[in-house]
Design a binder for this molecule. Structure first.
Ligand code: SAM
Ligand code: DTB
Ligand code: SF4
Length: 332
């Protein structure tokens, strides 16, 4: 039997793992990966922006912040039909999860949230897992999303509590954790991760992973993003992230959160085939799959399928066991 996942990691322990000699780190992560994920599948999650730009938050990495000067095509809330057509296309291309993102600080009740609810149930009716990322939500909104069949809510911590204030000033870490609490209480799976390459130290990376790994239970999905430095954002001049830093993050996340899906997320387009393979070897078992992320380009779908076929990993099917809300099962 594998060791039970822990929730009492210290910063020192995590930083020690993160900075191990690379082969020792990969060996350790690989052993855990094979124990907890013997099937070795990779999840393909498609991503679509359902409301783009004009966001009141001042996240300094984000092209969608109204505080930044990135040139993006702002777009109001999309029609449900258009989103469900895209979800069907994603399914036809092999995706098992469909994620929808809105450039909101928080969810407001009303016509737009009702539309998100329709989108979620529509995506579930297509036989796909559904994930949304909508900013802060309250307990009642989380309950409605659960009833619509939402599998997972994405709400990233982005970085360490100590570095957070240098990246975002319009909200605090505590409010992120509060939303995560509402999502959990409603029985929805958590998708929580962060970004590297914003000028943070190894300590900050370790602290972020420590906070994630001490959530009990662990988030089911952990997206690891490398900054996509977009012109017109305060982080536009940040140097490119060394791919081996992503390998280290994936491996450490795998060791700390053995049963979770670790998603090699934004920044994958800048990686060679070999660097991506190292990330998979180190424990990444999910990717964003589709021509675009939210506003920036992603890796090519045909190349992704070819790469996964070449290394011979199976694709995951929509997960029946994924924290699927009881209310939906009851209603069926
Ligand atoms: N507005 C919602 C929120 O912030 O929770 C949802 C959408 S927001 C774009 C989702 C996540 O995308 C952010 O938390 C951040 O981790 C990631 N992200 C945004 N811009 C990025 C960039 N330029 N590079 C890497 N990750 C980015
Ligand atoms: C996550 O961790 N990464 C995704 C998703 N969750 C919503 C977003 C990446 C956005 C990259 C920049 C853009 O395309 O706008
Ligand atoms: Fe808004 Fe989310 Fe971008 Fe921050 S990351 S500016 S909250 S869309």
């Amino acid at each position: 039997m594998p060791d039970t996942p822990r929730h009492n990691w210290t910063t020192d322990e995590v930083e020690t793992i993160l900075t191990l000699p690379l082969f020792d780190l990969i060996d350790r992560a690989r052993k855990i990966h094979k124990t907890y994920h013997p099937e070795g599948s990779v999840q393909l999650a498609s991503l679509m922006s359902i409301k783009t730009g004009g966001c009141p938050e001042d996240c300094s990495y984000c092209p969608q912040s109204a505080h930044n000067q990135a040139e993006i095509d702002r777009e109001g809330m999309l029609e449900t039909e258009k989103v469900l057509e895209a979800a069907q296309r994603a399914k036809d291309l092999g995706a098992s999860r469909f994620c929808m993102g809105a450039a909101w600080r928080e969810v407001r009740d009303g016509e737009e949230f009702d539309r998100v609810i329709d989108m979620v149930s529509g995506v579930r009716d297509l036989g796909l897992e559904a994930c949304v990322t909508l900013g802060m939500i309250n307990a009642d909104q989380a309950r409605r999303l659960a009833e619509a069949g939402l599998n997972s809510y994405n709400h990233n911590l982005d970085t360490s509590p100590e570095f957070y204030g240098q990246i975002i000033t319009t909200r605090d870490y505590e409010s992120r954790l509060e939303t995560l609490g509402h999502v959990r209480a409603a029985g929805i799976g958590l998708c929580v991760g962060g970004i590297i390459g914003m000028g943070e130290s190894d300590f900050d990376r370790a602290r972020m992973l420590e906070v994630l790994a001490n959530l009990d239970p662990h988030p089911e999905s952990v997206p690891i993003n490398a900054l996509v430095a977009v012109e017109g954002t305060p982080l536009e001049d940040r140097p490119k992230t060394d791919p081996l830093e992503l390998v280290r993050m994936c491996a450490t996340a795998r060791i700390l959160m053995p049963a979770s899906r670790v998603r090699l997320s934004a920044g994958r387009r800048a990686l060679t085939k070999e660097a991506q393979i190292l990330c998979f070897l180190a424990g990444a078992n999910s990717i964003f799959y589709g021509e675009t992320l939210l506003t920036t380009a992603n890796a090519d779908c045909d190349e992704d399928r070819a790469l996964l076929a070449q290394i011979g990993v199976p694709l995951s099917a929509p997960d029946e066991d994924e924290a699927s809300p009881q209310s939906r099962t009851d209603a069926a």
